[in-house]
Write a protein of this length. Sequence first.
Lengths: 261, 458
Amino acid sequence: MQIAFLASFLAVGLSARDFPLWHAPLIFATALATQIVFTRLLRLPDAGLLSPVITSFGLTLLLRTDLLWIPPLAAFLAIASKFVLRIRGRHFLNPANFGLCACMLITPHAWCSPAQWGEGPLLLLWVLALGCMVAHRAFRSDVSLAFLGSWILLRAARVLYLGQRAPVLLHQLESGSLLLFTFFMISDPKTTPRGRAARLGFAGCVAALAFALQHVAYARNPIIWALFLCAPLVPLLDWFEETLASTKEQPCAALYSWPSR
Amino acid sequence: MRRALLLAFALTAAPRAHAFCGFFVGKADAQLFNKSSQVALVRDGERTVLTMSNDYQGPLSEFALVVPVPSVLTREQIHIGDRKLLERLDAYSSPRLVEYTDPDPCEVRERAVFPMSMPMAAGSMRSREMTDHAKAMGVTIEAAYTVGEYDILLLSAKQSEGLEAWLRESGYRIPAHASRALAPYVKQDMKFFVAKVNLKEQKKAGFQELRPIQIAYESPRFMLPIRLGMANAQGGAGFAGDGPEPKAKAGGSPQDLIVYVMTRNGRVESSNYQTVKIPSDAEVPEYVQKQFGEFYKAAFARTWKQHGQRAVVTEYVWNMGWCDPCAAPPMEARELRELGVFWLDSNGPAVRGGGMPITLTRLHVRYDAEHFPEDLMFQETGDQQNFQGRYVLNHPFRGEMKCEAREGYLESVRERRRREATTLASLTGWSVEKIRERMGPDAPPHADPWWKTLWKRP
């Protein structure tokens, strides 16, 4: 389902001749190869290839470059980060987001074009409906919706404050990369906090930081960078929640089990 | 200077309301695109130089320009440029037609290339009283200069309504409800750069046409305000002024804006509207040579419509060190410097045949209030791939041919013409029949129906 959705997104991009044809195969091949090599090297149980495929879709749809070596590099960094950059046994960086940000940091020849899919409202609705289903299936619709909700609220508040009209808000939300980000990047269950409250807080943090990046620092692609910068919060929030849970349990354990020991 | 510069709108009271809803107004007869404005935007880091060219043709006393700017500009940040600079940029980067002539099929030799270009052009009020009056309305005159033929004021305002009223009372002809368009800029604490023609200075200078205003500033935001220009294009807003108020019937008829962006590293695209490339490198029938303007207008309109009238169209991206084919002689270092390319050493010779640290991106925006609800935001990408709107004419060999290759060659020409007619139809949306008609004797014969040769005996 998710694949079908991303593939149709890709088809739209290709039909708009938005990026060259060689882009996608290079990313997919590198991502799959990296996944297989790491799984073998580290003798990990085979986790299937769905994850690298989804990462590849995300990268193909968001990364733009005019150099041949950047797409494979982004794919390699994205997948390798899952195996190498781990805290407490869990990877915390969204692979596609990391690949994209790392390449944008390394070279100006990598960039992200947030407005590339045009703004057909019909397309948007279609995308939204399908996106919700995918996110729901992955049981993480709470992150997507919390992020989208906070983002819309912040944007709406600004539009109201500036005395702009409603179409301005709609225009700001009619963005392909916003949707991709909401339903296929931030929703990744592996790289969001485990607890529901922490997940919602995390989504709000990303939205708030993105808003600040856009209107205070005037950064480009604020949501992408916000997720990148907020990623360290994931292990932190997980740790915090675990600690909280264990301190909550301890008094009870002490009360009931200590005398028997 | 934290805030971006926001662009301008021409405030005029010309009775042909629909012709003046933008901030620049094109010569309908001389230019290909009516109501077009041209802006050169030079940017590196946060440093920005904006050149606004103006084809205003109405009474000079009624011309006015309002540009929201990030801060109060000093006199040195304002310059009056030369119209020729933008004309040169236009000629240099406009979509072009190139022609090739087939060689004699009976001889083997190199193809000759003849590039052809088809340029597509693109009262002083400083009295104490005035200042006090302005203050009472929440408007502060931060600075006042006379630069060239313009009287320039830099205003700050506390309220958009006060600003609208003040501008109107001070004789600036601004559209009704302009305060709505002004409000977001006032809220963001932007200043307003307001220019009028100083008729005395204008006479003294002796220029027939208004020269472009250039401003240099720093801003973290890379954008071009277009919203103000649409203030009176929204559903028949009228013009304020003495006497009866002519109504703009256009109700938001689109305006053309051509932006020449010069940056150091690569192509520029919009970050809040889809940026598409004009279909290029297409082979078109020979007759297009005589009607290239009409052809390009149709091709542009089709691309614009295909993308929901919401896209920014890229017409040219090239390193300014060279061009191929050159539609006009390349710009000299002195001219680029004049346009504001501050990182270029004007004394050094312009590098030819190689790269130069300047990429020129020509963006063509056809906008109206409905489809472009927000100002244009840009981003510089690292993309250094060259691109140009280029259309190819193939002239067949018309000399005498005395060899066996003749028949094959003539058939290939017919086939090519068929292809060219189809290409032209898909580029412009014109019907193939209409195209065939225009091709005249060159029109390829209709291809035989498929069944014609089905049972044909060899």
